[in-house]
Design a protein around this ligand. Structure first.
Ligand code: SAM
Length: 206
């Protein structure tokens, strides 16, 4: 049983573009109540790990095998100190990527963000807040991702989304926009998938 209907969206996004593989280190932004965390923990398998971040406390996963692969952080992703904690949590679990041919890459294989603002009911305001959260997720992804790593981010449709999509496209081999079938019909959310981080991110080590 998944904790949220959203879990099926991550499954569909992953079926489409294969963003999470066995052994991966995954960062899940806006992770409460934990549906995406469950899916990500299943997909990374026993050799992988998942870091979930949310403003809300995230209850430990019930399945001990999955819980073992998951670490949660309670914090606000618009604050630098939360981003530093995520970086630390990811760096503390480096899987060898800081040495070898792709040493310039960060420690993370996929950053996925389902963050959404509290709804005010005024669409232009909610949309602007959604885009702000999506850009925060993008900045975090640029800091954390290894070369070749993937990025998934939710954003509400609106006039500035094309520009954001282009910015994501500059940092990845390609970017694709999609609306998973599990999304409610009346919703105006879309997901952008950036495949294959191409430029070495800021060196998180040393
Ligand atoms: N993917 C989750 C799941 O499957 O259970 C559902 C995520 S829910 C749609 C959006 C989440 O984004 C909320 O839990 C909310 O607290 C979180 N969120 C919103 N703004 C945030 C911020 N600034 N920092 C961290 N989390 C945030």
């Amino acid at each position: 049983d998944y904790r949220s209907r959203s879990a099926y969206k991550l499954k569909q996004l992953d079926d489409l573009e294969n963003v999470i593989s066995g052994g991966d280190t995954v960062v899940d932004l806006g992770a409460a109540p934990g549906g995406w965390l469950q899916v990500a923990a299943e997909k990374v398998g026993p050799e992988g790990n998942v870091i979930g971040v949310d403003l809300q406390r995230i209850k430990d996963l019930e399945d001990p095998d999955l819980a073992e692969r998951v670490e949660t952080i309670r914090g606000d992703m618009t604050e630098d100190r939360t981003r530093e904690r995520v970086l630390e949590a990811a760096g503390g679990d480096v899987d060898g990527d800081t040495t070898g041919p792709d040493a310039s890459g960060g420690p993370v294989d996929a950053v996925v963000s389902d963050m959404a603002p509290n709804m005010s009911g005024e669409y232009s305001l909610d949309q602007a807040r959604s885009l702000h959260l999506a850009r925060q997720a993008f900045e975090t992804a640029l800091e954390l991702l290894d070369t070749g790593g993937d990025f998934v981010v939710k954003v509400f449709e609106g006039p500035d989304v094309d520009e954001f999509r282009a910015d994501v496209g500059d940092a990845f081999q390609y970017v694709r926009a999609t609306t998973p079938k599990a999304t409610r019909d009346e919703s105006s959310e879309i997901y952008l998938i950036g495949k294959g981080r191409i430029t070495a991110p800021i060196d998180a080590g040393d």
